[in-house]
Structure formats: structure tokens, C-alpha cells
Design a binder for this molecule. Structure first.
Ligand SMILES: [Zn+2]
Length: 112
């Protein structure tokens, strides 16, 4: 389950940030996750609960902002949001598409 490794990484960042700011209690964590990460929100929340136990983030609310996948067409130059995982340009139908976004995985902020 790759959510576990994602949460593990997030917790390490959170704990470091909490320590750096002298925070002992985190109430809410705001995440930005790109669709390309294919994260299952419910699995992520469950993992977070487990990993946060005994840390400053125990009992914190996890708010997830999902970011759509973005593509750029090399054929016609269009920028667009990808619907699903088909790499086809909606403007010209070409397949010379480069992914330009949607693999985000960031802690935007946390509230204490
Ligand atoms: Zn195009």
C-alpha cells in the first residue's frame, strides 16, 4: 500500500516542522495531492491516523486538495487538464502530450 510510504514521508516533514517551530500540537494539515499520485484518500486518512499516534499531529484533521493532471500538447501548443490518464490532446487530437502537472504531493500548511 503506497499510501503508507507517502504518509511516512509526510510525518517526517511534519515532525521536523513542528520541532523547528516549537509546535507541540497540530490540529489540521492541508495537503495538495495531484491526481497522478493515484492516492486513495480513505487509505491515506487511515494511515495518517496510525502514523500520527503519539506525535504532535495525533488527532489532527487531514484536508486534501486534489490537483488535476495537466498536459501540454507539442503539436498545437495547447495546455489542458487531463481527463483520466489518456495522453491525447483535446484540441487537436494529437498524442504528442507532455505531463506538466498533477504529480504534486505537498504539505501546503498546517494549523496549530
Ligand atoms: Zn494539440
Amino acid at each position: 500500500m503506497h499510501e503508507a510510504s507517502i504518509v511516512y514521508g509526510l510525518m517526517r516533514i511534519l515532525e521536523r516542522e513542528a520541532e523547528a517551530h516549537g509546535v507541540t500540537r497540530i490540529r489540521r494539515v492541508n495537503l495538495r495531492i495531484g491526481r497522478l499520485r493515484a492516492v486513495e484518500p480513505q487509505a491515506l486518512l487511515s494511515c495518517f491516523e496510525i502514523f500520527a499516534e503519539g506525535t504532535a499531529a495525533e488527532g489532527a484533521e487531514l484536508a486534501i486538495d486534489h490537483v488535476a493532471a495537466q498536459g501540454h500538447c507539442g503539436g498545437c501548443g495547447a495546455d489542458f487538464e487531463l481527463a483520466g490518464f489518456r495522453l491525447v490532446c483535446p484540441a487537436c487530437g494529437g498524442d504528442d502530450v507532455t505531463l506538466t502537472g498533477g504529480d504534486d504531493l505537498n504539505i501546503v500548511s498546517f494549523e496549530t
